[in-house]
Structures are given as structure tokens and as C-alpha cells.
Write a protein that binds this ligand. Structure first.
Ligand code: 0A1
Ligand code: ZN
Length: 865
């Protein structure tokens, strides 16, 4: 950690244009860990080779350490120096063996980067720059080494010793300690290093790869959690087969282990052969995990597994290329999830995530391209832009190339760059070659930030039978990028006649200029425009379609995403009118929802998503200045009207969905549970007197967490005192289960009730609340920050609460603190009074002595960006 003063003085910024290839390579490294939670000795032997004819010293990254000893070619060496955290050694030849020793303290490592303790076990997290907290090494992704790792530890406390690759030897010592040695034959960057020492049990299985090799799979957890690992293990096997079938990618080691830990800064980590997971993305059973949890577990297990090729076999040259592995891997896991159930619903969920997390980022002070040009702290760039917009960019490439071209491109990419560290541009070049296309202009997606806005106006001349579609794109300025060049936007379009039939086939139109006109002839019927079908480009469409046209598309469009989108647009238009004009006609929305509910041909999973109103935050995003209370009131009024007017339909949807027998995890059963929650929400919104009873009955009778949490959420948003009983029952039932208690905190932090700020402040003093566990911190502080109504209620108390907790959390875990800051950075979107109070808190954070560079970067960009 560095304080704000030195943060201002230090050369903080790393720039993409300054990239230099490494001076020294490390083909091999042998690590020896004498493991103990309070004091672990790490000996590293590096075979280093000079990369070219230069005379520069060897520079090894460290973080807060001084080596206890340094040996060069086996001989103790005194001619080394520290340049800040970097160990510098002058070397005469072009190949040497360097040995260093350091002592580190896992039990004091609250940052959870490097080697740390979690639940009595020891584990590592090295991406992006955590390996330097373990030993001295050129800690950059373009230095690839073969690793041999020996671990020695107390046998009773740490019976299981795991590292990357395959186990090669193990043994016992006389003093109650034992050791194990692992070797990873695949050269890898240091960020993929991992070890785990602990008292763990494995759920084991095997997988036979397409070439007939048997792989031993293990999911390691504390013994009592073993019954909760079945879903993750089965997802892993399905993902392994999927990557063979869809991308031709086979697993390459004899073992693949996953370890679940309770304290983890992110979701999970793709360390070669030894993935380490936040336990929330492994542990599930019907009583403790919702359907969304089950889906997320399968998606994250698949994501980390897919990194074995997109990230590990082909890695990143430098951290500016992060989206090379993350955007591509998210695209791959989205494809995997789409194949496991409803592809349409998966697309809706992905777009919802993009709009909730990435669009605001792109429109605010933290906007950055998917390949940034500079950073202070790389861990601040594990963002929705790098991950989710990155995936959208890959999706557009796949759309442009078509399935065969895209597969040819990815085959070429994996082939050509296997075992190396590549760039985004390397990837794009393979796509150009594989698809036989020119992506020169398309590359702007990598360098320009901001969400393009596309206006679409359709004119029709009935006499001549000619329809003209006028398109125009513009992208608002973002920090450091006042003017934008036009993007290449692949827009899927189709026209419908008012009788509900398509006027011609869908076409893929490439909008690559600021404006364009598309002419359709032979159009005698009045056409209705369906545009950006399947969300083929990650843009905002501004069209002048009437509520009648949107209602029509919501009933007749044959692209399920476009149908959902028409409904959302209709809802948004209605809510924006209600907020800005103070009144709105609810009737078109009510009619569209009615038709959707009554359409028996539609998948219930789709219906459940389609009838949901856009979130408070998304409605706020459409406004010049967000008035959170006005948005909340408008949305509640529409919900009430929908609830009341369609009361019978909600009741029968609820009854239908409640007919299911005992819990099963299957697409139709999930759809029924989703529909049940949505219907319950509308029954409650209608103000029906029995709503709380219905919810409480569901809460008590539920045989699964989806139904139980769905009912709890309805109660916690409502006025009935039953919510207090339900919260107590829930708390007592799950008091020993950290992941479920997170839900207890989160549900309350997300409540739309007036008293949520006070409840949240009280929960922060609850004995089960702690900032030391990232999941718990996110479940209360993080959830409150994204609760638009509650966060902005009152006189800046919410802003103060967030800032106080970020300042406290920064001392323990700067990465997690920095992740929770963005809600304060949205000050420009609010009225002057709110903006001023938010800025006061950002300034207070920046004035805190000893601030981390993580939080310094986020707060200063948020204030000034
Ligand atoms: N590469 C991981 C994400 C990740 C990044 C940084 C971490 O450090 C705390 C942990 C995980 C992924 O994409 O899943
Ligand atoms: Zn990833």
C-alpha cells in the first residue's frame, strides 16, 4: 500500500504504448514452500536467460519483501540491490541459476492476494500481480516458465497438498510433517501459479477426452460440504465435452482439480490444472442454492475450464490484452450456457447484465475501451467492459464470420499461438484470415470506449411501395476520447407487415458510416421495423416506433429477443413518460403483458422474463437527470396497475407454476419457479390483502431456495410484519451457512422499503457482518450501493455510509474496496444537491491517509474523469 501523497508523486501510470519485451526469460523455476500460516519460507530457483544482446540487469518483481538470501549459480551473492520493491542483480553471462529465499505471512494477508489463509487452509491468488507477493520473479504474463513445486507442511493440519500440473512425488517426515511435489509441464505465466494446503475432501470423477485419455477430476471442499459438489462436478464434465465438440479443444493434463474457498476477491481463478473458486460458485443443494446460483455455478465452472485454452495455452502478452482471454472466454461460457437450456432466455439475461453493469460504466467517469491504454492498478480493470462488452465484440466477429468462418478463425488462433503470449490484434488477424474478411475498421471496438447510439427511422410510401430506413450512429464522448470515429455495427433487421407476416427475410446490415439509407421495394403493407435482432450489436437503438408498433412486435416478432426488446421499450417509454411528464398511459403495456401471459405457445421461462419491468436503474439511465424517487413511484404505479388489472392472470399463472412436485433442476421446473416468483411479485404489487399470506405460505412450504428466497424477497419489499418473522426464521435456519446468510443480508440491502438505509446501517453492526470476507462485504455494502432508491434516499446518509465502509475496507482489502466505489462516481447523473454530497464523499476518501492505489485510482477517476 502507498499513501495518497506518494501515490500522487509516484510514476503511477502504466501505458500500453510503453510495452517492451522482457529482458530476461525464465524457462524453468523450482519452488520450495515450507508452509505455515504465520510464517512460510519460500525458496525459488530460477533458470534465467538473457533474451537478446543487451546489458541490463536482471530485475525481479517483489511486493514488500527483501530477500533473506540470494545465490547466483549456487554461490551466495551480495551484489544485489532493491529498487523499490524490485530486486536487481547484475549478471555477467547470458544464462544463470538464481536462488532467492523469502519469508511470508499468510495469516496476515487480508488482501487475499498471494499466499493467504482461508478457513484454516492455505491457498493462493496470483492474477494479476499476486505472484510477486510470494517470491521474486518477472511477474508479467509474457514470461512463461515450467514449474516444479515442492510443499512441506504439518500432516494433521494440512493433509492435502495441491499445486499446478501433475503430482510426481510425496513422502512423510519424522517431525509430523509431510511433503508433496507437483510438476506442470506446460510453460505458464506466474499469474497462473497456484497451491493449496488444507484439510479437504474431494468429490472425484473421471473424464475421457476425445483422444481417449483419462483425466482424474476432483472438487475439493471441507468434508461436510461434499454433498454440495455434485452440480459443479457434473457441470465440469459437460463443459469438457462441450469444448471438444464446439471448439475442438481437449484437456491436456492427467488431473484437473478445483478447490473451493470462502474468502475470495472475485468469482474464481483458472490456475493451470488447479482452479480456485469462491465457494459460492461451487456449493449448491436445493435447500441452499437458487436456480440462479445453479446456473451461475455451471457458467463459472465452464468459464474457468475454458480458460485452459483461451487464457492458459494461449495467454496475454500484457495486461492491456486482458479482454483477449476474458471477452473470448465469457463469449465461450455464454455459448455453453445457451446450449444447456433456453438460448433466448440466456441472451436476455446477458443483455440485462450488460445494460445493468456495462452501459453505465461506458457512460460514466470510469469508461475505458475493451483494450485500455493505461492503468494505475490493473485489478481495477476486471470490469464489465473487459468481460461483457469484450464478449459482445467477439460475438459480433462471430456474427460477421458465420459459424464456419469463426471456427476456422479460432482453430487458427489456438494453433498459431499455442504456448505463447498473444495480443488482441493477433486474435483479430486470425479471425480475418479464418473468415476471409477485413476487420480494419472493426478494430475500433478495441480502441474506442462508449456505447454507440443508433437512430433508426423508417419511412414508407404506400403509393410507390418503397420503404426507406434511415440509420445514423453517434457515440458520446468518454474520458480522454472527445470525438469518435464510426464503428462497424452488424445490425440484424427485418420488416413485418401489420398482418403479422414478415416482409422478406432477416438481413444482416453492416452500418459502418455515420449515416446510411436502406431501401426496401415492393412494400405495400405498412411495415414495422424489427432491428438489432438478437442484440446483434451492443448499442442503444433510438427509434420512433409508436407504442402500437412495439405492442405489435411484442406479440408477433419471430425473434424472441426482439420480442422481449419491444416489450421492454414499450415499458421504458411508458415509465420515462410517467417520470418526465408526470403521467402516462399504462394501457399499451398492460395489453402487451396480457397477450404474452395468454400466449400458450410461449416458453414460460421466456414469459417470466418478458413481463418484468426494466429496473429502477435502467429507467434512470434513460433520463437527463435521475430522480430516484420519481422513477420508483412511476415503476410502482405501473406494477400496481399491472398487478390489479391482470389479477386473474397472475393468480392462474401462480397456481399453474405452483403445481410442480418435489424439486428438480430442469429447464421446465426452473421456468415454473421463475414464473411463480414473478407472479407472486405482481400479486403483491397489486396490493391484494392476502399477498403477504400467499408469500409467507410459499416461504414456509418451500422445498428449495428459489421459492424460499423468492417469497422472502416479496415479503422484504412489502409492508406486512410477516417479513420480520420470515427474516428471523430464515436467519435461524441458516445461521451456520455463510453463503445463505449472504442472501439474508443482500435481500434486505436490496429492499425497496423506505427504511432500507436505516436497516442497512443496523445490519452493518450485526455480529455476523464483517468486512474481512468479500462475499459478506458485497452482500451488504455492494448491494446497498446498487439499490438506486435506498442509496439516494435521505440527505446523503447513504453516500456517507458507503464511503465510511470503503475507507475501512481499504485497510484490509483494497481490491474489494475499489470494486464497490463506482456508485459514488455516478454523481453527474443526479441533481446538484446529491452530486455535491457524493463529491464530498469522494474527496473525503481521497484525503484518507494511507489510501491504496486501487481506491485512489477509482476515486480520483470518479471525481475528475
Ligand atoms: N481470471 C479470473 C478472474 C480473476 C481475476 C483476478 C482475481 O484476483 C483476485 C481473481 C480472479 C476469471 O476470469 O475468472
Ligand atoms: Zn475469466
Amino acid at each position: 500500500m502507498i499513501d495518497a501523497q506518494s501515490a500522487l508523486a509516484a510514476p503511477l501510470v502504466t501505458r500500453r504504448e510503453d510495452y517492451q519485451p522482457p529482458d530476461w526469460l525464465v524457462p524453468d523455476i523450482a519452488l520450495d514452500f515450507d508452509l505455515d500460516p504465520s510464517s512460510t519460507r519460500v525458496t525459488a530457483i530460477l533458470d534465467v536467460t538473457r533474451s537478446s544482446a543487451h546489458e541490463r540487469p536482471l530485475r525481479l518483481d517483489g511486493d514488500g519483501q527483501v530477500p533473506r538470501k540470494v545465490l547466483v549459480d549456487g554461490v551466495p551473492h551480495n551484489d544485489w540491490r532493491m529498487d523499490g520493491d524490485t530486486l536487481e542483480i547484475d549478471l555477467p553471462g547470458s544464462a544463470h541459476r538464481i536462488e532467492t529465499e523469502v519469508v511470508i505471512h499468510p495469516d496476515r494477508n487480508t488482501q487475499l492476494m498471494g499466499l493467504y489463509a482461508s478457513g484454516g487452509n492455505l491457498c493462493t491468488q496470483c492474477e494479476a500481480e499476486g505472484f510477486r507477493r510470494i517470491t521474486f520473479f518477472p511477474d508479467r504474463p509474457d514470461v512463461l516458465a515450467r514449474y516444479v513445486v515442492k510443499m512441506t507442511a504439518d500432516r494433521k493440519r494440512f493433509p492435502v497438498l495441491l499445486a499446478n500440473g501433475d503430482p510426481i512425488a510425496s513422502g512423510d517426515l519424522d517431525d509430523g510433517r509431510h511433503w508433496a511435489e507437483w510438476r506442470d509441464p506446460f510453460p505458464k505465466p506466474s499469474y497462473l501459479f497456484a497451491l493449496v494446503a488444507g484439510d479437504l475432501s474431494a468429490n472425484r470423477a473421471t473424464f475421457t477426452t476425445m483422444s481417449g485419455r483419462e483425466v482424474q477430476l476432483g472438487i475439493w471442499v471441507r468434508e461436510s460440504d461434499l454433498p454440495k459438489t455434485e452440480h459443479a462436478l457434473s457441470a465440469l464434465r459437460i463443459a469438457m465435452a462441450w469444448d471438444e465438440r464446439v471448439y475442438g479443444r481437449e484437456y491436456d493434463l492427467d488431473v484437473f482439480n478445483i478447490v473451493a474457498v470462502d474468502d475470495f476477491n472475485f468469482g474464481a481463478m483458472e490456475n493451470k490444472g488447479l482452479n480456485i473458486f469462491n465457494s459460492r460458485y461451487i456449493l449448491a443443494d436445493p435447500d441452499t442454492a437458487t436456480d440462479l446460483d445453479y446456473d451461475a455455478i455451471a457458467a463459472v465452472v465452464a468459464h474457468e475450464y475454458f480458460h485452459n485454452w483461451s487464457g492458459n495455452r494461449v495467454t496475454c502478452r500484457d495486461w492491456f490484452q486482458l479482454s483477449l482471454k476474458e471477452g473470448f472466454t465469457v463469449f465461450r461460457d455464454q455459448g455453453f450456457s445457451a446450449d444447456q437450456g433456453s438460448a433466448a432466455v440466456k441472451r436476455i439475461e446477458d443483455v440485462r447484465t450488460l445494460r445493468a453493469a456495462q452501459f453505465p460504466e461506458d457512460a460514466g467517469p470510469l469508461a475505458h475501451p475493451i483494450r485500455p491504454d493505461s492503468y494505475m492498478e490493473i485489478s481495477n480493470f476486471y470490469t464489465a467492459t473487459i468481460y461483457n462488452k469484450g464478449a459482445e465484440v467477439i460475438r459480433m466477429i462471430a456474427t460477421i464470420l458465420g459459424p464456419d468462418g469463426f471456427r476456422a478463425g479460432t482453430d487458427l488462433y489456438f494453433d498459431r499461438y499455442d504456448g505463447t503470449a498473444a495480443t488482441c490484434d493477433d486474435f483479430v488477424r486470425c479471425m480475418e484470415f479464418g473468415g476471409g474478411v477485413d476487420l480494419s475498421q472493426f478494430r475500433r471496438w478495441y480502441s474506442q470506449a462508449g456505447t454507440p447510439r443508433v437512430s433508426a427511422v423508417l419511412d414508407h410510401d404506400a403509393g410507390s411501395g418503397r420503404a426507406t430506413l434511415r440509420l445514423a450512429q453517434r457515440t458520446p464522448p468518454t474520458p480522454g476520447q472527445p470525438d469518435k470515429e464510426p464503428f462497424v455495427l452488424p445490425l440484424k433487421l427485418k420488416l413485418f407487415g401489420t398482418a403479422g407476416t414478415a416482409l422478406g427475410a432477416e438481413q444482416l446490415y453492416m452500418l459502418d458510416r455515420p449515416t446510411a439509407e436502406i431501401v426496401f421495394d415492393g412494400v405495400t403493407d405498412r411495415p414495422v421495423l424489427s432491428i438489432n435482432r438478437g442484440f446483434s450489436a451492443p448499442v442503444i437503438i433510438e427509434s420512433d416506433r409508436s407504442s402500437d408498433d412495439l405492442k405489435f412486435l411484442s406479440a408477433h416478432d419471430d425473434d424472441p429477443f426482439a420480442r422481449y426488446e419491444a416489450m421492454q421499450q414499450l415499458m421504458l417509454d411508458t415509465l420515462v413518460a410517467a417520470v418526465t411528464l408526470g403521467r402516462a398511459d399504462h394501457q399499451p403495456v398492460i395489453e402487451a403483458v396480457r397477450r404474452t401471459l395468454e400466449d400458450a405457445a410461449l416458453d414460460r421461462a421466456f414469459v417470466a422474463e418478458a413481463v418484468l419491468l426494466p429496473s429502477d436503474a435502467f429507467v434512470g439511465d434513460q433520463l437527463e437527470t435521475v430522480d430516484p424517487e420519481a422513477v420508483f413511484r412511476a415503476r410502482e404505479a405501473l406494477r400496481r396497475d399491472l398487478g390489479k388489472t391482470l389479477a386473474d392472470l397472475w393468480r392462474s399463472a401462480y397456481a399453474d407454476a405452483s403445481r410442480a412436485g418435489a424439486f428438480v433442476y430442469s429447464p421446465p421446473a426452473k421456468a415454473a419457479r421463475r414464473m411463480r416468483s414473478v407472479a407472486l411479485g405482481y400479486i403483491a404489487a397489486s396490493g391484494a390483502e392476502d399477498a403477504a399470506d400467499v408469500a409467507f405460505a410459499q416461504f414456509e412450504a418451500a422445498d428449495n431456495m428459489t421459492d424460499r428466497q423468492g417469497a422472502l424477497t416479496t415479503l422484504v419489499n412489502g409492508k406486512s410484519d410477516k417479513r420480520i418473522a420470515a427474516l428471523d426464521i430464515f436467519y435461524n435456519r441458516y445461521s451456520g451457512d455463510a453463503l445463505v446468510l449472504d442472501k439474508w443480508f443482500q435481500t434486505q440491502a436490496l429492499s425497496s422499503r423506505d427504511d432500507t438505509p436505516a436497516v442497512v446501517a443496523e445490519l452493518a453492526r450485526h455480529p455476523d457482518f464483517s468486512l474481512a470476507n468479500p462475499n459478506r462485504a458485497r452482500s451488504l455494502v455492494g448491494a446497498f450501493g446498487v439499490n438506486q432508491r435506498a442509496f439516494h434516499l435521505g440527505d446523503g446518509a447513504g453516500y456517507r455510509f458507503l464511503a465510511d465502509h470503503l475507507i475501512a475496507l481499504d485497510k484490509l482489502n483494497p481490491q474489494t474496496a475499489a470494486k464497490l466505489l463506482p456508485p459514488l462516481g455516478r454523481w453527474r447523473r443526479f441533481d446538484e444537491k446529491r452530486a455535491a454530497s457524493m463529491k464530498v464523499e469522494l474527496e473525503r476518501i481521497l484525503a484518507t491517509p494511507g489510501l491504496s492505489k486501487d481506491l485512489f485510482e477509482q476515486a480520483s477517476r470518479s471525481l475528475n474523469g
